[in-house]
Design a protein around this ligand. Structure first.
Ligand code: SAH
Length: 347
């Protein structure tokens, strides 16, 4: 039985209070409003006007993300398994790790994230978890098993949601975890019901970071933990208004292939959380810990099996593979940062 995982009590019927989600002046504005993938917004003292053009570009982004993951998730699973996120490595570790070494590094990413946020194994309070941007549910199944918690995952991709549910059934976890297609910016859940709100590498896809964060906070239970692990750009220096043009250009090229809107920094996330009076706000830069990841992904893509699977998977996967070196360049040049940001919702 799926019991608590999709009960009507958790699913909110009316569209939730969009007005209460109006972004404050801390809205992360597109640094490059001309991009079709970015939301063009006009911010003025706590209110935001989203133009019709912006709305349709957000819609196009949503569709692009869904299609991207519909098309590429099978390939990723075949080669890398059910975790669609970076691994966590010791900064001095060898980049020649075996396949199983990389999978362990992906599990370690989950463990390190929980530890950083102060969520320990002894934690009895973690009963309900939402996995925002769940992929094919690797984190959900792992966390549900670890804590005996009930976990519900949301993704924009119907292919991912189905595969995630099938994997849960195959692992006899359907009574604990379930997955559905839903938008992280308008989650179909009641306020204040999740002890852990988990977003592993989905924040970079969100066109309105302020709305994203508010939604995470809204669904968190009082005292609940929020963990955001995400691709960021470097923090801007004092007085700096925007990234350098060459830096923005690099990110724009990545955005096109991976269906990403404007990026923000970890400091921007911290500012947003502070503006919402959240507690125990912490962030860290784990860029060094993820450095071996993309070179390893490229190596697997260049194997015979990798190349055949890539060709079979289609254009989006091929374009994705061709963009991977830009991720490495972005990290090396310090433009891209791998950030974790956590906080607690006040009781
Ligand atoms: N967290 C997963 C998958 C990361 S891939 C893992 O670590 O394995 C990014 C995921 O974010 C995809 O599942 C994609 O569908 C989801 N996503 C992106 N934008 C979203 C949105 N607006 N609402 C819900 N899910 C979204």
């Amino acid at each position: 039985m799926k019991a608590i995982l999709a009960p009507s009590s958790l699913i909110r019927l009316p569209r939730h209070k969009v007005s209460s989600l109006r972004s404050p002046s801390l809205l992360i504005q597109s640094r490059r409003p001309s991009s079709a993938l970015m939301t063009t917004k006009t911010a003025s003292r706590g209110s935001v006007a989203v133009t019709a053009a912006a709305t349709s570009s957000v819609e196009a982004l949503r569709e692009g993300i869904a299609e991207f993951y519909n098309e590429t998730s099978g390939l990723w699973e075949e080669i890398w398994g059910d975790h669609m996120h970076h691994g966590f490595y010791d900064p001095d570790s060898s980049v020649q790790l075996s396949d199983s070494g990389h999978r362990e590094a992906q599990i370690r990413m989950i463990e390190e994230s929980l530890r950083f946020a102060g969520v320990t194994e002894e934690e009895k309070k973690i009963k309900r978890v939402v996995d925002v941007g769940c992929g094919i549910g690797g984190s959900s199944r792992y966390i549900a098993s670890k804590f005996g918690a009930e976990c519900i995952g949301i993704t924009l991709s119907p292919v991912q949601a189905k595969r995630a549910n099938d994997l849960a059934a195959a692992q006899s976890l359907s009574h604990k975890v379930s997955f559905q297609v839903a938008d992280a910016l308008e989650q179909p859940f009641e306020d204040g019901i999740f002890d852990l709100v988990w977003s592993m590498e989905s924040g970079e896809h969100m066109p309105d970071k302020a709305k994203f964060v508010k939604e995470l906070v809204r669904v968190a239970a009082p005292g609940g933990r929020i963990i955001i692990v995400t691709w960021c750009h470097r923090n801007l220096s004092q007085g700096e208004e925007a990234l350098q043009p060459w830096e923005q250009n690099l990110l724009d090229r990545i955005c096109k292939t991976f269906y990403l809107p404007a990026w923000c920094s970890t400091s921007d996330y911290v500012d947003l959380l502070q503006s919402l009076s959240l507690q125990d706000i912490k962030c860290a830069d784990w860029s060094e810990n993820v450095a071996p990841f993309w070179p390893a992904v490229i190596r697997t893509a260049l194997t015979w099996k990798g190349l055949v699977s890539l060709l079979r998977s289609g254009m989006k996967s091929i374009k994705g593979a061709l963009t991977m070196p830009l991720m490495i360049e972005g990290y090396k040049k310090g433009v891209i940062k791998f950030g974790i940001i956590t906080c607690q919702k006040p009781l």
